[in-house]
Design a protein around this ligand. Structure first.
Ligand code: HGY
Ligand code: MN
Ligand code: MN
Length: 414
């Protein structure tokens, strides 16, 4: 078999070029459906074509590059990730998985190596869920796992996700056409930065992911009474932000003190009317609970609702808790974990089994095929920040393990 490797310099250069699309002084702002996202998609599609792939965009806006296999009728092997970022995010989250997947196919093409299976490189839409509470959007659509409200969710400008989809070549009216059936893929592999401290802290080169966390995404709306900050006596106030501050404390305590679930975060707080001389009338919060046990996520939600009921009666405010979606914890396929471990060891790289505290498109793909994930170290465990960094040699190691895993899966399956 022709010795196939990746080109580390080309991978690093292309990651850097993608990292300049949507780059701002405060970090990456290539959020889904923005002009930067559209530009990033065009760059990715061009590289897919250069790697000899036939490129299409499905009705969920997923950019899909495909090359046929040498054995007719085999299901595809999918590899990929996402190119959208969180606001003020980093250059590696998602981007590494997409760029490395293309790098693998570029090398197969350059060395005229044909795989038995068709290969599909997948760049999923709106993995981060920015603006719409709905994460893993494109991969959920592919897996037939969209939630009822996903397309009608509106952003702060009142524009629905369905309308934004048109900006990236999708079509909400035909979203069902993005669905792929079980059996269309033989396996899905995703390379991703760990986004946590384990690998870098332990000096370990590769992570083979054991399972991906579950998550509940909620919003809490606290309604009090807007009033004059100067003339309203303290006892007469229905201060929505004061009440909301107790919700923020409770979300933190549910995870850090009561240890009901592993982590709890309030990421967004919108105050209305948000004026320095007006007592806040309405506050909208987002709540993100995560754990590898679904019942602990459910218990965290129950506890939050209990706290909110207490606040409503004690502070004379209205509190509404809305669940946007619950994503189940997802174990990675044991056979693919073995393939990834063997690929890393075959390259002389130390490998550790690690859970994922972040969500990934692989957990959608696990609904319709066997899914496996490869992690590489995040320096200092930092992610979703402009300080997110993974060393070029670690990016190259990850891409090499992805390529070897892809070839192993191609050789041994079907
Ligand atoms: O939020 C997450 O875990 C992922 O980065 N979308
Ligand atoms: Mn990601
Ligand atoms: Mn992310």
């Amino acid at each position: 078999m022709t010795q196939v490797d990746i080109n580390p310099d080309r991978l690093a250069d292309r990651l850097e070029r993608l990292g300049r699309i949507g780059e701002t002084p405060t970090g990456m702002r290539r959020m889904a459906f923005t002009p930067a996202d559209v530009e990033g998609r065009a760059y990715v599609a061009g590289l897919m074509r250069e790697a000899g792939l036939t490129v299409r965009t499905d009705t969920a806006g997923n950019v899909i590059g495909r090359v046929e296999g040498s054995v007719p009728g085999l299901p595809a092997i999918g590899i990929g990730s996402h190119a959208d970022t969180v606001p003020n995010g980093g250059k590696y989250d998602g981007a590494l998985g997409v760029m490395a997947a293309i790098e693998c196919l570029q090398n197969l093409k350059d060395r005229s190596v044909a795989t038995r299976h068709p290969i599909e490189v997948l760049n999923f839409t709106n993995e981060e869920g920015t603006s719409f509470h709905t994460w893993l959007f494109g991969s959920s659509a592919m897996a037939g796992a969209l939630r009822s409200g996903d397309l009608t969710a509106v952003d702060v400008e009142g524009v629905s996700l369905g309308q934004r989809l048109r900006d990236v070549g999708g079509d909400a009216g035909r979203i069902h056409e993005a669905r792929r059936e079980r059996g269309e893929f033989s396996a899905y592999l995703e390379l991703h930065i760990e986004q946590g401290p384990v690998l870098h802290g332990g000096g370990v080169a590769i992570g083979e992911v054991t399972a991906i966390t579950g998550r509940a995404a909620l919003s809490v709306c606290v309604k009090g009474s807007a009033n004059h900050a100067g003339t309203t006596p303290m006892p007469n106030r229905r201060d929505a932000l004061l009440a909301a501050s107790h919700v923020v404390q409770a979300v933190n305590a549910i995870a850090s003190q009561e240890e009901i679930c592993r982590v709890g975060t309030v990421g967004i707080a919108r105050v209305s009317p948000n004026a320095e001389n007006v007592i806040p009338g309405v506050v909208d919060l987002t709540v993100d609970f995560r754990d590898v046990e679904l019942d602990r996520i459910a218990e965290a939600q129950r506890r939050l609702r209990e706290v909110c009921r207490g606040l409503a009666s004690d502070r004379g405010v209205e509190v509404e808790v809305l669940e946007h979606g619950v994503t189940r914890p997802t174990p990675m396929n044991p056979g693919l974990r073995r393939v990834i471990r063997a690929a890393a060891e075959g390259l002389g790289l130390e490998v550790a089994a690690v859970p994922s505290g972040a969500g990934h498109d692989a957990q959608s793909m696990a609904e319709i095929t066997d899914a496996g994930m490869i992690f590489v170290p995040s320096v200092g465990g930092v992610s979703h920040s402009p300080d997110e960094y993974t060393r070029p040699e670690d990016c190259a190691n990850g891409a090499r393990v992805l390529l070897r895993s892809l070839l192993a899966v191609d050789a041994e399956r079907d």
